[in-house]
Ligand binder design. Structure first.
Ligand SMILES: CC(C)(COP(=O)(O)OP(=O)(O)OC[C@H]1O[C@@H](n2cnc3c(N)ncnc32)[C@H](O)[C@@H]1OP(=O)(O)O)[C@@H](O)C(=O)NCCC(=O)NCCS
Length: 182
């Protein structure tokens, strides 16, 4: 299983990316319980706050950074949970990983997720020595495509046929990547 650790806190101008705690259930549910937001996401809608609490309990556990890690995206002043960023499918030998992100709708359009993903990219490159950062994105997910494009990702290929299984159906996302200059 490898090393287990607490998620390191990453601070940006307006945000604190930190370990999840059990009090983040309402904030995370504003994301995972929102049907429109989950339309292009790779796991099923959370049907109620109890279901989201199950996720929060998992996310609040110490991380296994060799493969994946998830941060609560919290407002720096109030510490309220506004969303999540994570990496997964990390392969240290190949110096690559994939990222995911979600933000509650009442905070969209403020550049907050750009700020959070930028911090995750910095951490991945500077601390984890990653060279390639990938994101798989549904072709109709315009907000997400805008976000990664603004951050320097390029469309690399796709659709990756039936790459995500979401409940009882499959989805075919596009592949975007960012290559660090070292
Ligand atoms: C993808 C998602 C996080 C994007 O949220 P967002 O708030 O639009 O993202 P950003 O942080 O990039 O915000 C950018 C917008 O804020 C505006 N903005 C305001 N202040 C800004 C600032 N200081 N810096 C940057 N953008 C700013 C920009 O003009 C931009 O608007 P535009 O997209 O119309 O050009 C959100 O739509 C989401 O959670 N979707 C569901 C989950 C999902 O699909 N995740 C991705 C899976 S692949």
């Amino acid at each position: 299983m490898g090393q287990v650790m607490r998620v390191p806190t990453l601070v940006t101008e307006r945000l604190r990316l930190r370990q999840f705690d059990l009090g983040d259930d309402a904030g995370l549910h504003a994301c995972l319980g929102d049907e429109r937001l989950l339309r292009y996401w790779d796991c099923p809608l959370s049907r109620n706050i109890q279901e989201t609490r199950g996720w929060v309990r998992q996310l609040a556990k110490p991380a296994t950074p060799a493969e994946s890690m998830a941060w609560a995206v919290a407002d720096k002043a109030s510490d309220e949970c506004l969303g999540m960023v994570n990496y997964h499918h990390r392969e240290a030998g190949n110096r690559r990983l994939e990222i995911g992100y979600i933000l509650r709708p009442d905070h969209h359009g403020r550049g907050l997720m750009s700020e959070a993903v930028r911090a995750l990219m910095r951490y991945s490159i500077d601390r984890l020595q990653m060279h390639r950062i990938a994101a798989t994105i549904h072709p109709d997910n315009a907000a997400s495509i805008r976000l990664v494009t603004r951050l320097g990702f390029e469309l690399e290929g796709g659709p990756l046929r039936d790459y995500w299984r979401v409940g009882d159906r499959f989805m075919s996302p596009m592949l975007y990547s960012f290559i660090a200059d070292r």
